[in-house]
Design a binder for this molecule. Structure first.
Ligand SMILES: Nc1nc2c(ncn2[C@@H]2O[C@H](COP(=O)(O)OP(=O)(O)O)[C@@H](O)[C@H]2O)c(=O)[nH]1
Ligand SMILES: [Mg+2]
Length: 617
């Protein structure tokens, strides 16, 4: 394809502003997807996405569009997620395109992720097309929201399009604007093939598939290929584009977005951010001199600039419920990582939970999604420990360590200093709720920076907060404090010295490793009480009284007792021989006493109890 006829773009927006729905209309208007196959949010291809109504994965789709100038263009669209936990998907998509449609719900206006994603697009030097969506709704406020956009981007009123992803109004104009304003790619077709891997996937039949943006040259089916960073060699068994299903074409060339079936089963060979280029053919013996020279020339490529390493925001241990499922879990995590480049993991061992992995996530939603995908797509039953941020510590002997698991936290006598991660937080809110937001942030050790106003009614508040205060339920609390109107974005700032301690939870006087947490001194009591109470409510009763305690070292800071249920030992007794009854009851009491005198009875903690504690409602 002549590059001047290609337009590559993605759609970015705050969550629920209508990216996937607008993509539907683009696919429909360009005749990419037949009417009878059309369904809502077609590009949300995972079951989980459809059920939850959110986009988790980036999703490319190619369209052919005949513009008003009579010329047919190739449009490559990438639909992206909006939630902050899937930001890495957005930034990788942006690196594969020249333009971005910045979509804003005209009933909601500019939100926290609108701003965050816009800045990512500006960093990549993309052409931005501002679009107001949902103009079919009666509470749509196009002019007011246009003002907000003009203020944010510094664009002119006439540059802002108005559309409805629902009715399709304004979408033909958007297609024309894409053709007119998004610059065509500028690769060099005569140079050796090289492409950026922006995503990958494990396909049961095809093996490892790389989603690529071709910079220079051309790759054809059966060409030998190699991956520059991992040094692996493969063969392009199939190449083509996504529609969004696989569509083999036989070749991919400069400027295009598509996929390459790598011919590799080894999951570690293909890495997001790596460059794929041509390799040497296996059988060089029968090649002519010229062909050999030409092949050698193709080897001479510079690797493309990849992606910055992702920084996990939270860590949690993930263990198989069945001890012998460790290998299965590892295999599942590796396959998952192919399509979830932000996921990180390393082996971990816990005396209580056995062999598993310490995993790094971009947030709690990310953690939940990974858990659910492991259970659904890989048929695993797992136990996850309480999520926690990573801490840095300096020991009294001068050693520095990064602590990702509470169990690795040093004994206080060896600890010189602990540092915790802080984030920059942006909150967009109607001005009416400023007071509520401020109170909430203060309660979580937040530090106020400044406020910017869109207009008299809406503002962006800037704060700095400890990451640990943001990750768990801050978003929910913020929503309830603002009648659902506020939105939130945060990004890592730095590690700061902090009074961090380890809080243990004991059930029947045994420490439950999965519940151990690292927490700021000032929050330990409140949190300890919360966990102990939640456990009391959700643990099944036993034949004996269970003590549930929260402890810092040997100091108990919260304690509850879960009373025993009395097993009905008399059930089998008919009739009324009093002495026999008394005898049985006495025997039961004795058994209990013995259990109690041992101080503990093994208590199995059901997995829904873990979930209840984790949810922190
Ligand atoms: N009335 C109306 N609803 C829309 C429009 N666009 C999207 N929606 C609805 O808004 C919700 C979020 O849409 P979705 O495309 O999933 O948003 P995304 O998170 O940005 O991908 C869905 O319930 C859509 O049906 C629109 O133009 N008009
Ligand atoms: Mg979506």
């Amino acid at each position: 394809m002549d590059q001047s006829l290609i337009r590559n773009f993605c759609i970015i927006a705050h969550i629920d502003h209508g990216k996937s729905t607008l993509s539907d209309r683009l696919l429909e208007l360009t005749g990419t997807v037949e009417k009878r196959k059309m369904k809502e949010q077609l590009l949300d291809t995972m079951d989980l996405e459809r059920e939850r109504g959110i986009t988790i994965k980036l999703q490319p789709a190619r369209m052919a569009y005949k513009a008003k100038d009579g010329v047919e263009y190739q449009l490559n669209l990438i639909d992206t997620p909006g939630h902050v936990d899937f930001n890495y998907e957005v930034s990788r998509s942006l690196a594969a395109v020249e333009g971005a449609v910045l979509l804003v719900d005209s009933t909601q206006g500019v939100q926290a992720q609108t701003i965050a994603n816009l800045y990512l697009a500006i960093e990549q030097d993309l052409t931005i097309i501002p679009v107001l969506n949902k103009i079919d709704l009666p509470n749509s406020e196009v002019e007011r929201r246009a003002e907000e956009l003009m203020k944010l981007i510094g664009c002119k009123r006439e540059e802002i399009l108005s559309v409805s992803g629902k009715t399709g109004e304004g979408v033909p104009e958007l297609l024309e604007r894409l053709v007119r304003d998004v610059p065509p790619p500028r690769g060099d077709h005569s140079k050796p093939f090289r492409a950026l891997i922006f995503d990958s996937k494990y396909d049961e039949y095809k093996g490892v598939v790389a989603y690529v943006r071709v910079l220079d040259g051309i790759v054809k089916t059966n060409d030998p290929i190699r991956f520059l960073a991992t040094q692996s060699q493969g063969q392009a068994l199939e190449v083509g584009y996504l529609k969004p299903e696989y569509k083999a074409t036989g070749f991919l060339e400069s400027g295009e977005i598509g996929y390459v079936v790598s011919g590799l089963k080894d999951i570690t060979a293909v890495r997001v951010g790596d460059t794929v280029a041509l390799g040497m053919p296996k059988d060089t013996a029968n090649m002519s001199r010229e062909a050999l020279d030409a092949s050698r020339l193709m080897l001479d490529v510079e690797p493309l600039q990849g992606y910055r390493e992702v920084r996990p925001m939270v860590y949690a241990g993930i263990f198989p419920s069945e001890g012998n499922e460790y290998e299965h879990l590892r295999d599942a995590l590796m396959k998952l990582k192919l399509s979830d480049a932000a996921l990180q993991f390393e082996p971990e061992h816990s005396t209580a939970l056995g062999f598993g992995f310490r995993c790094g996530f971009l947030g709690i939603l990310h953690l939940e999604i990974v858990k659910e995908r492991l259970e659904r797509e890989h048929d695993m039953e797992i136990v996850a420990t309480l999520p926690s941020v990573a801490y840095e510590v300096t020991l009294t002997n001068g050693d520095e360590k990064v602590i990702k698991s509470p169990l690795d936290f040093p004994d206080p006598s060896h600890l010189k200093e602990a540092r915790e991660p802080w984030v920059r937080v942006d909150i967009v809110t109607p001005s009416d709720y400023l007071g509520n937001v401020m109170a909430l942030v203060q309660d979580r050790r937040g530090v106020y920076k400044n406020t910017e106003y869109f207009d008299a009614q809406r503002a962006v508040l800037h704060y700095e907060m400890p990451l640990s205060s943001v990750i768990v339920d801050f978003h929910d609390k913020l929503k309830s404090a603002t009648a659902g109107y506020a939105s939130l974005n945060y990004e890592f700032a730095e590690f700061r010295p902090s009074k961090i301690i380890r809080l243990d939870i004991l059930v029947a006087e045994e420490q439950v490793a999965a519940f151990a947490t690292l927490i700021h001194e000032s929050e330990a009591y409140r949190y300890g009480k919360y966990v102990v109470e939640t456990l009391k409510e959700s643990l099944p009763r036993q034949q004996f009284v269970i003590k549930i305690q929260a402890a810092i070292g040997s100091k108990i800071i919260a304690s509850e007792k879960l009373s025993a249920y009395r097993k009905d030992v008399l059930a089998k007794l008919y009739g009324g021989d009093r002495t026999r009854k008394d005898k049985l009851l006495k025997k039961q009491k004795k058994g209990k006493e013995r259990m109690m005198s041992m101080g503990k009875g093994r208590v199995e903690i059901p997995s829904d109890t873990f979930v209840k504690v984790l949810r922190r409602n």
